[in-house]
Design a protein. Structure first.
Lengths: 570, 424
């Protein structure tokens, strides 16, 4: 019987980062996926990064992850969002050639000697004494392991909707993981449904580009990754912008009766910030049009991704809608849009390592935790992978707090507050936004990664070199300092008074983090703690006073009572 | 160890004979010295004149310094034993609040620091937990429920407006490229913040709940022997429904609360004090009389009408003796009729004041927060970098959120996605 320190289920953005991160930390890793050729696939939009999301990509990169490098390898269009604003909210985003992106991820994974990849399906978890001990695969074999990361994306109980069509699947033409879903439900975990959607894809040769406003790639060739690499730059393509209009909205309203969303067939909540076009038309009826970004999917691929019209309306309605849009009148749909509804776990059943409270050794990352987006998935995968390796090899946990990175903000939000819609990273969620910049992710995180043994030699050497540059830049010696490092130090100076004010808040948060609070089940009868407060604590399971302080509805008085209780026990 | 220094009244609420203001934290001695000058040696009481930033004398107080760690909180601790009047306590608190790295303590914070530094017996302290619940959450709810929920509605309304404004800034930041959003929202959010800011400033200019509850402040002022004390006693005649002489303030200002015709008044007699006194104690009395006059709703000026402070009601007292110069009203302490006429005049003034006051009245604790929020909004408006404005606004909404019990991030996100059609 085979044994691996860590088994990762899923080969998407979360799964690949988890597998690589666990391997970097010294674990032997098995990655199980239904389709080896689809490892690293971008199943929705062909872009990586953005405001908040770009911050996550840089953080994943700072911890020696895959995503930043793959994005650089595959870039066919660059755009630095918020270029006119402070660096704290500048969001790097690229359009990627899908095929090259996938190839880069697969190539990077092959550099990890302790990582094995197999095409199979995980069908059953095996436990011993209440902990993970192995996994059974569809092929019949059983693999022994102490730690497992589930990064199944939308594949757990995945169901696709389009008009009256219903298909079981995680992506179009790919089957779902029903048995894993059933087994997780059998564990009595809090599982509910969420939905997301994708737009129809168009054949770019049938679009009238001459009538559309073009958006060129940025002139300066900035990169996602902090790692200096010999790097072949691809030709850069333009995107284009068009809009829906009143005629299209009429088509949508007429087609709503066939909509699984409006007919009530979908029970899961969708995200408010990535709504379907039918949602937009329904909720913002007074608007005369909605923007559509036409994004190329690759250099040798004619497919165009019309960003902004995610839909699960029927094929006929989709055809009619496209025909009303400027420049798309003759455009041919190559794949119709659809909605996907999937199982997700209430992330409050996880701790900050993304480990399940009730089943030691089981970690979850990505959409299964209620998030949406490649970058959110990748960041969680990385943290789950580092901690799964930590669990298997008896190393320290790796936790990024809210003051260290967006990944910390996201995980803290997920595991303490839970989700009511798919969670997307927004800079507005970060209270220490001025300190958490995409450009200083290396300074914030690479040192932590090195200390945790999560960073490989090349990255470490590059970091050490750039740390010396930072020292020089702070001392005003800018001769041999990289331009981006110089800019980083300049920006630190510019916002110094605000960063100092935030430093006081951060110090207070971290002091409270050192105070452990007992399991909520033991809190009955503690003076000053009401039943309501205990119930709120029970759901979110904070382990420190700092975490408890962020749970919605927990009063300052309840915190004081909790604190007193802890002191008394000590 | 905490880096911030906190202060709070540790004795019961004023009025009381003595009020003990405690200051704890690394800057406690510096803050106390800023008010009292040179501090007495540790654990030795010293009498000091406390002065505010503009050198106005606030009180002559006993000052005690307890250096950490051997203090009640385990930190540097200073006690100021004040004369217990509300005015003195409020003035000293205001003078402390403007010291660097010093802020008003949150409920239970002294206890928490004492416990953290191992200075208080845990068994005793545990009993405090229930008290804290009552002090904070219930107090917040009670404060919100006052004025038939008008205060709550106002605060919630501000929170909503600021969430909308924050949503606009955040939309511009997080959805940079969406033309529908990028359509310049700068003027809109500035206008929204400005609107709320103006409302806050207007409300802060109005009397607080305490003022309304304690009464319209009527100060009797004028030179010695002008008949202030006689008039004071006459005003408190048998017809007064309730008379509450306040202890602890009798040395230089005599204070009384009285309810007449359903309207509360706070009468203060500034006694017979002269400007050119060499006596230190008396000089403080003069300064306090001035400070009191500055805050008065009505000044009854007895003396040379030409020397009357602007806006004062010029009273020709001792009408039974002689009437000199121009006066607004002529009063004789021997004539109940003239006293009634003066009361009538005061009642008119009170009604004017109360009708000017909107139905929103805020408590001092709320006022402190609203002042802070208002200042942050002012800073956000002056700033040209949207990122900094957003940061000021974030802190402002968090402070206001603590009053209304709302999660500022969620409120903003609700506004963000409710208002804008965002996302591709």
């Amino acid at each position: 019987m085979k044994h691996y320190d860590v088994v990762v289920v899923g080969g998407g953005h979360a799964g690949t980062e988890a597998a690589a991160a666990a391997a970097r930390r010294g674990a032997t890793v098995l990655l199980v996926t239904q389709r080896v050729d689809q490892i690293g696939a971008m199943s929705c939009n062909p872009s990586i990064g953005g405001v908040g999301k770009g911050h996550l990509v840089r953080e994943v990169d700072a911890l020696d992850g895959l995503m930043g490098i793959a994005a650089d390898d595959a870039t066919i269009h660059r755009r630095m969002l918020n270029r006119s604003k402070g660096l704290a909210v500048q969001g790097p985003r690229i359009q990627a050639d899908r095929r090259i992106y996938r190839t880069s991820i697969q190539t990077q994974l092959r550099t990890y000697a302790s990582l094995t990849i197999i095409q199979d399906e995980a069908v059953a978890l095996e436990t011993t004494g209440g902990s993970i001990s192995g996994i059974r695969l569809e092929s019949g074999s059983v693999v022994r392991t102490r730690a497992m990361v589930i990064a199944a994306g939308t594949f757990l109980g995945g169901r696709l909707f389009r008009g009256h069509e219903r298909l079981d699947g995680g992506r179009i033409d790919e089957r779902p993981s029903q048995r894993m879903s059933q087994q997780l439900r059998a564990l009595d975990l809090p599982i509910t449904r969420l939905k997301t959607g994708t737009p129809p894809r168009l054949d770019g040769r049938t679009i009238d580009w001459s009538r559309l406003e073009r958006q060129a790639s940025d002139a300066d060739r900035w990169r996602m990754s902090f790692l200096p690499r010999a790097h072949l730059s691809l030709p850069q393509l333009s995107c284009a912008i068009t809009r829906t209009d009143a005629r299209g909205h009429d088509v949508i309203r007429a087609g709503l009766s066939d909509s699984p969303l409006f007919a009530g067939a979908i029970e899961g909540s969708g995200p408010r910030y990535c709504p379907s076009i039918e949602d937009k038309v329904h909720r913002f009826g007074d608007r005369d049009g909605h923007q559509i970004f036409l994004e190329p999917e690759g250099l040798d691929d004619h497919t165009i991704y019309p960003n902004g019209i995610s839909t699960s309306l029927s094929r006929e309605t989709q055809d009619q809608l496209i025909a009303t849009i400027a420049g798309l009148e003759r455009a041919r749909i190559t794949t119709y849009g659809y909605a996907v509804e999937y199982d997700h776990l209430d992330p409050r059943s996880l701790d900050h390592r993304l480990a399940l409270h009730v089943l030691p050794g089981l970690f979850c990352a990505g959409q299964i935790n209620g998030s949406t987006g490649y970058e959110e998935a990748a960041a969680q995968g990385l943290i789950a992978g580092l901690n799964a390796a930590g669990h298997a090899l008896s190393l320290d946990g790796f936790i990024c707090d809210r003051a260290s990175g967006y990944m910390g903000v996201m995980i803290d939000d997920l595991v303490l507050q839970g989700v009511s819609e798919p969670y997307r990273m927004l800079t507005a969620r970060a209270e220490y936004r001025l300190a958490l910049r995409a450009d200083n992710a290396e300074t914030r995180l690479t040192g932590l990664g090195i200390a945790a043994g999560a960073v490989r030699e090349q990255r470490r050497a590059s970091f050490d070199r750039r740390q010396i540059m930072r020292e020089q830049a702070r001392a005003g010696e800018n001769v041999d300092v990289d331009a981006d490092v110089r800019r980083e130090i300049d920006e630190d100076t510019r916002y110094a008074p605000y960063l100092e004010r935030q430093a006081v808040e951060i110090a207070r948060m971290r002091a409270d983090r050192d105070i452990a609070v007992p399991a909520p089940d033991t809190l009955g009868g503690v003076p000053g703690l009401s039943t309501e407060m205990i119930e709120r604590l029970r759901i979110a399971r904070p382990t420190t006073l700092d975490e408890a302080s962020r749970i919605r509805g927990i009063t300052p008085a309840a915190l004081s009572a909790l604190w007193l209780h802890v002191r008394k026990k000590a | 160890m905490d880096t911030e220094t906190i202060y709070a009244l540790s004795s019961g609420a004023p009025p009381a004979a003595i009020a003990v203001m405690r200051i704890s934290g690394p800057d406690a001695q510096a803050a106390a010295a800023a008010l009292a000058g040179r501090l007495p040696p540790p654990r030795r009481a010293g009498v000091r004149t406390l002065r505010s930033g503009d050198s106005t004398a606030l009180d002559r107080a006993l000052v005690l310094v307890f250096p950490g760690p051997n203090s009640a909180t385990g930190e540097d601790l200073v006690e100021l034993h004040l004369h217990g009047g509300r005015a003195v306590v409020a003035a000293v608190a205001a003078a402390l609040a403007v010291q660097p790295r010093v802020r008003r303590a949150m409920p239970g914070e002294f206890t928490r620091r004492a416990l953290m530094n191992g200075r208080i017996d845990l068994d005793q302290a545990e009993g405090l937990a229930d008290l804290l619940e009552a002090e904070t959450e219930d107090q917040r709810r009670a404060a919100l429920a006052r004025s038939d929920g008008v205060v709550g509605k106002t605060l919630t309304g501000w929170m909503g407006a600021l969430s909308d404004a924050a949503a606009m800034i955040e939309a511009v930041i997080d959805y940079d490229e969406e033309a529908d959003v990028a359509a310049d929202h700068a003027d809109t959010w500035r206008a929204m913040i400005n609107g709320t800011h103006s409302e806050m400033v207007a409300l802060l200019a109005q009397p607080s709940v305490e003022r309304l509850r304690d009464g319209m402040l009527v100060v009797l002022a004028g030179p010695p022997n002008a008949g202030k004390s006689s008039l004071f006693n006459a005003l408190l005649g048998r017809d007064a429904a309730i008379v509450t002489p306040l202890a602890g303030t009798t040395r230089d200002v005599i204070e009384a609360q009285i309810v007449r015709g359903g309207i509360p008044y706070r009468l203060c007699d500034t006694a017979g004090l002269t400007d050119d006194t060499a006596d230190v104690v008396e000089q403080i009395g003069v300064d306090r009389a001035r400070a009191l006059s500055d805050r008065a709703d009505v000044i009854l000026w007895l003396g040379d009408p030409q020397a009357a402070p602007p806006g004062a009601v010029r009273v020709a007292a001792k009408a039974d003796v002689a009437v000199n110069g121009v006066a607004d009203i002529v009063v004789s302490t021997r004539s109940i009729e003239t006293i009634e006429r003066l009361w009538g005049l005061l009642a008119d003034k009170a009604r004017e004041l109360l009708s000017f006051t909107s139905d929103v009245a805020i408590a001092e604790a709320q006022r402190t927060v609203i002042k802070e929020v208002s200042d942050l909004l002012g800073a956000a408006l002056r700033e040209t970098d949207a990122l900094i404005s957003a940061e000021d606004l974030r802190i402002a909404r968090r402070r206001l959120g603590s009053l209304v019990g709302e999660d500022p991030t969620e409120a903003m996100l609700d506004a963000l996605f409710g208002r804008f059609c965002l996302g591709k």
